[in-house]
Design a protein around this ligand. Sequence first.
Ligand code: ATP
Length: 274
Amino acid sequence: MSKATVMAVVNQKGGTGKTTTCENLGIGLAREGKRVLLVDTDPQGSLTIALGHSRPDDLPVTLTDLMAKVMQDQPLAPKEGILPHEEGVELVPANITLSGLEVSLVNAMSRETVLKQYLETVKDSYDFILLDCMPSLGMLTVNALAASDQVLIPVQANYLSAKGLEQLLQTVNKVKRQINPKLRIEGILLTMVDYRTNFAKEISTLIRDTYGRRLKVYDADIPRSVRAAEISAEGVSIFKHDPGGKVAEAYRSLTKEVMANAEKRRKHQLDQLR
Ligand SMILES: Nc1ncnc2c1ncn2[C@@H]1O[C@H](COP(=O)(O)OP(=O)(O)OP(=O)(O)O)[C@@H](O)[C@H]1O
């Protein structure tokens, strides 16, 4: 059985739409029949909350426990700590205890690859594993990059920080060089685009012109909409909350692009084996 494609959703800047993208791309893929695991690697637990667990601190098992077991060489039960969601995805939840684990990683053996080692134990059961990263380039984000095949970078169109993006690309390249040679940037996703303003259109064009040659910018942009902001408290995706709306439409397009890219890569790999 083939192993999952692991995708890190990363931006060290806060509030760029990482969690919203993880949730809706993940559920979008599940709606297309893919087996999807979402992993909350952020001690804030936003993805955990967004998927309906409003009190992450009360959960008996979270990513902290699973990574701690890996670090202590303890066995994991099948699907230990993995929670089902009504829309077909599964979740490894997180809470604030993950901050403590991040500190203890500093002195751990193979500290950059603890998450990777954990994911190896579950990879056979999924087609896609999406990692919701925290807004920093610390050890948990390095673990996410070390465990991933590809990176999706949500960028809030109105607040593009070219310097921030360069810093992120440097970190991705460093992880690629030193720890994970197969890591590649899948694409930049423009989020919270307000098409009522000319400014947003200009920024979108600017990003495509500036980075489009070096990096893929997804054709799908995610529009700004209060309907998207509402889902954080609803425990369901935009496909359930507002199925006919423009944000659902945009995440549907993104899902198709991600699947088409995965299929292209699979064919390319098969061609190389021939
Ligand atoms: N398309 C959108 N339109 C309007 N609001 C949005 C949209 N996408 C996300 N939001 C809202 O913007 C805020 C930040 O989004 P989100 O939590 O997805 O970002 P994040 O990058 O994961 O944040 P953090 O860095 O804190 O983890 C949230 O309140 C969310 O509900």
